[in-house]
Design a protein around this ligand. Structure first.
Ligand code: NAD
Ligand code: UGA
Length: 477
């Protein structure tokens, strides 16, 4: 009988997932633990605007459950020792050094969890891989758990794989109404124990059981397939721009084919987020490791196309602004990797803004949920007011400058261009006639998310470039 659950990792997955679990399983205690004290303090903040992760609807559920059957703490060892089930939900980024650097997953955080569990677990514990990991990681975890001589200490473990499929910005809905839940493993008793937790709100036909390796590989594959669709439509978008076709119309035709399906056909600046790139690179690494270089090369091209697409955006902006950005001001709308999240990991905005700064532009950045501190970290340079506060920076980063704006109306004065990088709803409703009066002519709007109304922008006298829209290309006849 499951009475106590521990989740190691209070990040984008661990926090929201356990919050929804706690809401659905009121008779069970959920302890979400993390080594990051600042993050745990934020999860425990009375002011729900200070939660470390922004997800629509999350704050209400946290408020409902926190302190009742949902607890956030740094007390990792104690919570491990009390748990019947432990979810490992820690980061698994790409290795940056050593063998496999740039492709293989860095499993040091998963390994440290396994070591902590092996030291502090008591009785029988089900260990669940929630993190996305390379296929056959279960083997490694088992070896580490067994290394603490569990039999001598009268403790036993079962290992399950239960990858998470939530998409940021829609996490609460994805967790409350998952299209499928995947449980991989070999011990039926353990599988049923986890199955019974989900059964409290997920229809049983949506809960899939597989062996451990299929489950681990299916997660990597799902992300690779999704990312591949984004690269596919982005490649066609570039072709549309060159030929006078319109990617929105091409997508509409594709959507009408039930074999292709309606989703993930939006052209954009390239996929971002913490997972697509790292998970595909991990798949590439595995393919090469298992002696399948053709498979590895096929998947690597999805990432290469994405890198090319992101670089393409900054090159187009530079070309349209007469080949130089020195002395020019550019308004950047959106820094998160997609709408409805404060996450900027691998956001296309990072690379695009860095290139524009490198060319000498002054950036005025707006995002409804991303903090100035986060942008400073991502761009690797302080904002203009921080330069002023700390004169040492102005020597280091002479020409490169940016500011973060909280109010969107203050952003457009004297700018040469507006670049939309995230599809926040507010950017689709801007008054281009008013904005055009504030901009320095000839003003440009670059819409990398296809959200602005073409007629409204053009009738305001501004120039418009939209991703995948070849009808705006005057060189095409
Ligand atoms: P994250 O970086 O937001 O959170 C991970 C947390 O784990 C961090 O707060 C870190 O401090 C903590 N941590 C690391 N080692 C620890 C340890 N030994 N003890 C206690 N805490 C520890 O990462 P995330 O976005 O939540 O992703 C977690 C995993 O889930 C990754 O494998 C990722 O691929 C996968 N995933 C992520 C998403 C997503 O939308 N972000 C979706 C599905 C799957
Ligand atoms: C993705 C998957 O959708 C989740 O199922 C998975 O659990 C998660 O990765 C993970 O493993 O981390 P996420 O990265 O949060 O979720 O967001 P997506 O909605 O998949 O978007 C990823 C990127 O692709 C974003 O930059 C988005 O703007 C871009 N995208 C998506 C497009 O450019 N076009 C589309 O049609 C769809």
């Amino acid at each position: 009988m499951i009475r106590n659950v521990c989740c190691i990792g209070a990040g984008y997955v661990g926090g929201p997932t356990m919050t929804v679990f706690a809401d659905k399983c009121k008779d069970i205690t959920f302890n979400v633990v993390d080594v990051n004290e600042e993050r745990i303090t934020a999860w425990n903040s009375d002011d729900l605007d200070q939660l470390p992760i922004y997800e629509p609807g999350l704050d209400e559920i946290v408020e409902r459950c926190r302190g009742k059957n949902l607890f956030f703490s740094n007390n990792v060892y104690k919570c491990i020792s009390e748990a019947d089930i432990i979810f490992i939900s820690v980061n698994t980024p790409t290795k940056t050094k050593g063998f496999g650097a740039g492709k293989a997953s860095d499993l040091k955080w998963v390994e440290s969890c396994a070591r902590e569990i092996s030291m502090y677990a008591t009785g029988h514990t089900i260990v669940v891989e929630k993190s996305t990991i390379p296929v056959r990681t279960g083997e490694v975890i088992k070896e580490i758990l067994d290394s603490s001589q569990p039999k001598k200490r009268n403790i036993t473990f079962d290992i399950l794989s239960n990858p998470e499929f939530l998409a940021e910005g829609n996490a609460v809905n994805d967790l409350q109404n998952p299209e499928r839940v995947l449980i991989g493993g070999s011990n039926q008793k353990a599988i049923i124990a986890l199955h019974n937790l989900y059964k409290k709100w997920v229809p049983e036909e949506n809960i899939i059981h597989t062996n451990l390796w299929s489950s681990e590989l299916a997660k990597l594959t799902a992300n690779a397939f999704l990312a591949q669709r984004v690269s596919s439509i982005n490649s066609i978008g570039a072709l549309c721009e060159a030929t006078g076709a319109n990617v929105k119309e091409v997508s509409r035709v594709l959507r009408g084919d039930s074999r292709i399906g309606p989703k993930f056909l939006s052209c954009g600046p390239g996929f971002g987020g913490s997972c697509f790139k790292k998970d595909i690179l991990n798949l590439v690494y595995l393919a090469h490791y298992f002696g399948l270089p053709e498979v590895g090369n096929f998947w690597e091209s999805v990432v290469e196309l994405n890198n090319w697409n992101q670089n393409r955006m900054s090159r187009i902006i530079l070309e349209k602004l007469f080949g130089t950005l020195i002395g020019k001001k550019i308004a950047i709308l959106g820094f998160a990797f997609k709408a409805n999240t404060n996450d900027t990991r691998e956001s296309p905005a990072i690379q695009i803004c860095k290139s524009l700064l490198e060319e000498g532009a002054y950036l005025k950045i707006h995002d409804p949920k991303v903090s100035k501190r986060q942008i400073t970290l991502n761009l690797g340079m302080p904002s203009e007011d921080e330069y002023i506060e700390n004169p040492k920076f102005s020597v280091l980063h002479n020409e490169k400058k940016w500011s973060k704006y909280e109010l969107i109306d203050d952003l457009f004065n004297d700018v040469d261009a507006v670049v939309i990088l995230t599809e926040w709803d507010i950017y689709a409703e801007l008054d281009w006639h008013e904005i055009s009066k504030k901009m320095r002519p000839p003003g440009w709007v670059f819409d990398s998310r296809l959200i602005v109304d073409k007629q409204k922008v053009l009738s305001s006298g501004l120039n418009l470039w939209r991703v995948g829209d070849g009808t705006l290309n005057e060189n095409v006849f």
